[in-house]
Design a binder for this molecule. Structure first.
Ligand SMILES: Nc1ncnc2c1ncn2[C@@H]1O[C@H](COP(=O)(O)OP(=O)(O)OP(=O)(O)O)[C@@H](O)[C@H]1O
Ligand SMILES: [Mg+2]
Length: 275
């Protein structure tokens, strides 16, 4: 006699099974490194540009992809006003600036125009930038991420092969709460965290005194708590801010500056873990 057992239909099982995603590597590069923070305004873009130029300074071929669709910073920070060319109407050639290949949504739209897009459009723009841009023979692509834990982060984590993420934070408690969320997100999505950076770590006045404006040691402590590497401290520095605003990142403008040296040290650490 036929024994019927209650069970889930194949269709139901298929629809409810955990989705497996195919992760596409970005063509034209060996390694993809994302610069992220769950909080806005902590210096991700400043870090991404200077870190990319630091990698260039130590002899790497580098590209920067500005993945901040709603608030692109790359055109201003790298002084790029031209539009990327397309030979075949399907792919785009990145723009070369300071020896680095660059791409940003800001090249395609007026930077004062707000991008009023829903999530799926952002996802589709990210896919275009990672699959349809002719990145040429790079060692590293540095991705400048938008703040938060939203569509862009999810698209990179699930559909693009990201080799590692660097988390940037400022040291005050309100930012660290977001860092913990960021760490948990990348751990959950199985994206390797290369380490944490303490930006705007302290301010050194002319008399050489250090002022811990946002508190002390919070980012390093969070790294230890989560068993992640601590990559270094970047102080609040007027030259770093002025260089970013003027369109030539400090590492490019003055590689011997003491702040540039910190970026170069971090770049060396990251290079060592890959090459
Ligand atoms: N260590 C620093 N010293 C001085 N100014 C800094 C430092 N780091 C960043 N800044 C300045 O702080 C401002 C915000 O930095 P930035 O745009 O890099 O942050 P962000 O995290 O990318 O912001 P968003 O979340 O909006 O993308 C910029 O004006 C930048 O020049
Ligand atoms: Mg930014």
């Amino acid at each position: 006699m036929d024994k019927k057992t209650a069970g889930l239909s194949d269709t139901f099982k298929k629809n409810t099974a955990p989705k497996s995603f195919i992760k596409n590597p970005i063509k034209g590069t060996k390694f993809t490194i994302a610069i992220s923070s769950a909080k806005g305004g902590v210096g991700k873009s400043t870090f991404a540009m200077n870190f990319a130029l630091a990698l260039k300074t130590i002899g790497q071929k580098v590209g920067i992809l500005d993945a901040d669709i709603y608030g692109p910073s790359l055109p201003k920070m790298m002084s790029i006003n031209e539009k990327p060319k397309s030979e075949d109407g399907k792919s785009m050639t990145p723009i070369n600036q300071y020896g680095v290949q660059c791409m940003s949504i800001g090249f395609l739209v007026d930077t004062d125009t707000p991008m009023i897009w829903r999530g799926p459009m952002v996802t589709s723009a990210i896919k275009t930038f990672t699959q349809k841009v002719l990145w040429n023979n790079l060692d590293f692509i540095v991705i400048d991420m938008p703040p938060g834990t939203g569509d862009t982060q999810l698209t990179f984590a699930q559909e693009i092969k990201v080799d590692g993420v660097i988390i940037v934070s400022t040291p005050q408690e309100i930012a660290l709460a977001d860092v913990r969320r960021g760490i948990n997100m990348f751990d959950k999505l199985k994206v390797p965290i290369l380490g944490l950076v303490d930006n705007m770590s302290f301010f050194e006045s002319d008399d050489g005194k250090k002022h811990n404006i946002f508190g002390e040691g919070g980012v390093e402590k969070t790294s230890n708590d989560y068993k992640k590497k601590f990559l270094g401290k970047i102080p609040i520095d007027i030259d770093l801010r002025v260089a970013a605003d003027s369109g030539t990142p400090l590492v490019e403008k003055n590689p011997d500056h003491k702040i540039s040296k910190i970026f170069i040290e971090i770049a060396k650490k990251i290079k060592q873990s890959y090459l």
